[in-house]
Design a binder for this molecule. Structure first.
Ligand SMILES: C[S@@+](CC[C@H](N)C(=O)[O-])C[C@H]1O[C@@H](n2cnc3c(N)ncnc32)[C@H](O)[C@@H]1O
Length: 262
């Protein structure tokens, strides 16, 4: 194990190595997202004007993106007047984000680190956001309390991840074995997943457990948005674990919006 991985929790070290490997695959889609003025979400690219995940008034708001990857969500926030900070566990992903910052002329602080233990004081942000970042790749029992610590009273947490029902319908995450219409794994006990032939660690929770965990850490849940693939969605995106036909019938992705009480 290299020196810079020593001292990290096992799943964080595994995910750093994995994301440094995956990063090149995320350059082109990251670039496309940076180039878009309108935010869009997830694997089907559903526009924010339809989903309304982002708050209307971002002007002057301080925001942290937990697992910012190539940084386009933070760039969208900055274009709407917010003051984002990105934290990510992968040096290679952050290198892409820095390149895009220079190309698009939008600068904001980027930190290498674990979203489960951020180097920022309590109550220093108005918004914490994660699109398939910490929301999928960090342990919710660590990153949710950390988000609660970082947010000011009244601050919002917005995160998007794989839909619970999709996770239940997949055995592997492979092109030749996309989600079926039968349950292939148990709901109870859902937490860590390592896919066959990979080393990265994902985290999933049943809805009841998300609700319990968020409320335990002082969040009021405002919305759970079950994202439907649009009528014109087609197969052949870079993601092959679910078909457009499946995702028009069941939520392949979900977004949670919660407000820190106070
Ligand atoms: C699918 S990307 C999501 C980011 C962004 N939406 C994008 O697509 O570029 C997942 C990111 O989560 C980061 N990540 C994984 N575990 C993390 C952790 N514990 N703390 C911070 N970032 C983490 C990875 O390094 C990766 O850049």
């Amino acid at each position: 194990m290299s020196d810079d991985l020593r001292g990290l929790p096992g799943h964080v070290a595994a995910n750093r190595e994995a994301w440094d490997r995956y990063a090149t695959r995320y350059v082109e889609p990251g670039h496309r997202a940076w180039a878009s003025d309108e935010p869009y979400w997830g694997i089907w690219g559903v526009r924010d004007s339809e989903l309304h995940l982002l708050p209307d008034d971002l002007e002057g708001k301080s925001a942290i993106e937990l697992g910012c990857g190539a940084g386009y969500v933070s760039a969208w926030l900055a274009r709407r007047g917010a003051r984002p900070v990105g934290i990510d566990n992968s040096p290679a992903q952050l290198e892409s984000a820095r390149r895009f910052q220079r190309e698009f002329g939008i600068e904001f602080p980027l930190h290498l680190g674990n979203a489960e233990a951020c180097p920022f004081p309590d109550a220093s942000f108005d918004l914490a956001i994660s699109e398939y970042g910490a929301s999928l790749w960090a342990d919710p029992y660590a990153w949710v309390p950390e988000a609660a610590r970082l947010l000011r009273p009244g601050g919002r947490l917005i995160f998007l991840t794989i839909g619970v029902i999709l996770q239940l319908c997949m055995e592997e995450r492979e092109a030749d074995d996309p989600a079926k219409t039968i349950l292939r794994r148990p709901l109870f006990g859902m937490h860590r997943t390592i896919w066959p032939d990979d080393t990265a660690v994902e985290f999933h929770l049943p809805h009841g457990e998300w609700i319990r965990l968020l409320r335990e850490h002082g969040f009021e849940i405002e919305r759970l948005v079950e994202i439907q693939a649009p009528a014109d969605a087609v197969d052949g995106t870079r993601y092959t674990h679910v078909t457009a036909d499946w995702a028009r019938q069941w939520p392949s992705e979900e977004a949670w919006i919660a407000r820190k009480a106070g």
